[in-house]
Design a protein around this ligand. Structure first.
Ligand code: GAP
Length: 476
């Protein structure tokens, strides 16, 4: 089966059946754009995130890590431009009232009801989730943008009483809300701002050599107009971001270096080179902060779409922080040359997109002993289970005891090891193949005599005998 024949349904159904990823709040009918990771999914996701941290923080001299709070002072989002410009164009069908992102559909015809000419002009919809910090007063938001607290006083957005009224029975309110302008906050739509707001702290504490980068992993939230395509466009997702600070004269060289590093990352994920493509994003499509963006796209089962982005953010963010906070964001070079506000190269990696790309690239169907076999050809270092250990027969106590010994030994050393004694050996192999386990180890009667076991390779289905002492070396 070629990669182009793998459908999104194949991936979604395997992910659910085998405990990788479930619909969020599924038991209550779900919540659009949210997904829950099961035991295998969380391990795969962690393996990806840990690999990223190892490659981009642990193994480099020019990178430091950060873990900033998700909730931030509202001034962060005002200064960064997100409250004004973090929007997508929204259109609503006047016939069936379905809502869409105008740039993702052909607006001449409604994709839901099929009527033509039912969309008006797009309006800009801000994608940030608003929330309130601390106790706030409660009230009703009215159609005209004011708030009613208790009865019968109307207040404006600042909480000042502007009139008294009796609420007519049929008056429509958009709902009970809590409101306090000063307590307004947002669930962060990108992790980057948690890095920019700590840039000065880190320069003061560590005074790193220029250029240097700060890396962060964590949740981000976007109130997407139409979340879709499994985890591809979610409302809650995980980001891994790097802000790399450079002298303004050196941004182009740094951009090229990061471009190569991103390619290395796609290789480490096991993504075939011919399925990854660069897209130079035209000026009109770039984010408000970017002077150059290259998107790395991947041939997902849904088509060629963005996997991650590499942007030149200039000094946009640090200049904004300097302007709004009044604090100096300049870097003072150690060689005594003039101080400057650094410019920034930002590689930004979505974890869900990486998980989906890895699953799509790994999904394989072949034929074995005349039967169709589905297996995940995951890179060993990403597989959620590294090895499954079985006794040949589960009703032979001496085999079970020896197999348990091998299992405990591997579990202690590798962690991601499972015990599997269900069904016959053939069925165990199929089950492990389907979740991408690279090796299955079986303890049989010969093991009791010479301390050798059979080890079976997922991709070739070949088996060989090796000594228990050599297992670790063979597997890692
Ligand atoms: N700080 C830069 C930034 O946030 P972005 O292109 O908006 O840039 C970065 O997002 C990456 O986050 C994307 O390349 C993609 O991998 C991922 N991403 C964005 N929106 C997403 C969504 N709704 N669901 C899942 N991943 C998303």
């Amino acid at each position: 089966m070629s990669k182009s024949e793998t459908s999104l349904d194949d991936i979604v159904s395997l992910a659910k059946r085998r405990g990788f990823i479930y619909q969020g709040s599924e038991v209550y009918g779900g919540l659009a754009g949210t997904w829950d990771y099961g035991p295998l999914g969380v391990q795969l996701k962690r393996n990806i995130m840990q690999l990223w941290w190892k490659m981009f923080v642990d193994e480099r001299d020019d990178m430091l890590g950060v873990d900033a709070a998700i909730l931030m002072n509202q001034k962060v989002w005002q200064a960064s431009g997100h409250t004004e410009t973090f929007t997508d164009p929204l259109v609503e069908c006047s016939n069936c009232h379905s809502r869409f992102r105008a740039d993702k559909i052909d607006t001449s015809k409604c994709p839901t009801c099929g009527k033509t000419g039912t969309f008006g002009e797009p309006r800009q919809f801000n994608m940030m989730f608003k929330t309130q910090v601390g106790p706030t007063w409660m009230g009703w938001e009215t159609d005209d943008g004011n708030y009613i607290i208790g009865k019968p006083q109307t207040v404006n957005a600042k909480g000042e009483g502007i009139s008294s009224l009796t609420i007519p029975e049929d008056r429509k309110f958009s709902g009970l809300i809590t409101y306090d302008k000063n307590a307004q906050s947002y669930l962060r739509p990108e992790t980057a701002q948690g890095i920019f707001t700590n840039y000065k702290n880190i320069v003061d504490s560590f005074y790193p050599d220029m250029p240097f980068g700060l890396a962060q992993q964590g949740k981000a939230f976007r109130n997407e107009i139409s979340p879709r395509d499994f985890i591809f466009r979610s409302r809650e997702f995980e980001l891994m971001e790097i802000e790399y600070f450079v002298h303004p004269d050196n941004w182009e060289a740094a951009f090229e270096i990061w471009r190569k590093a991103v390619w290395e990352w796609t290789r480490a994920l096991g993504l075939p080179k011919n399925m990854v493509h660069e897209l130079e994003v035209p000026a009109d499509d770039r984010a408000h902060y970017s002077k150059r963006t290259v998107d790395f796209e991947f041939d997902f089962p849904i088509g060629r779409e963005e996997l991650l982005g590499l942007a030149y953010r200039t000094d946009f963010d640090l200049q904004n922080i300097q302007r709004v906070s009044g604090k100096n964001m300049e870097y003072r070079p150690k060689d005594g040359t003039p101080a400057f506000v650094p410019h920034v190269i930002e590689p930004s990696f979505g974890v869900e997109r990486a998980v989906m790309a890895v699953l799509s690239a790994a999904y394989t169907e072949d034929e074995m002993n005349g039967e169709k076999r589905v297996f995940l050809k995951l890179p060993k270092h990403l597989a959620p289970v590294k090895v499954a250990v079985s006794p040949l027969l589960k009703n032979k106590p001496e085999l079970v005891a020896k197999a348990r010994e091998v299992y405990q030994m591997l579990k202690k050393e590798l962690g991601q090891v499972v015990w599997d004694d269900n069904g016959n050996i053939g069925k165990r192999y199929r089950r492990q193949d389907e979740i991408g386990t690279p090796y299955c180890v079986t303890v049989d009667f010969q093991t009791l005599e010479d301390s050798t076991v059979t080890i079976r390779d997922r991709d070739t289905a070949t088996q060989k005998r090796i000594n228990i002492d050599d297992l670790r070396k063979e597997i890692t």
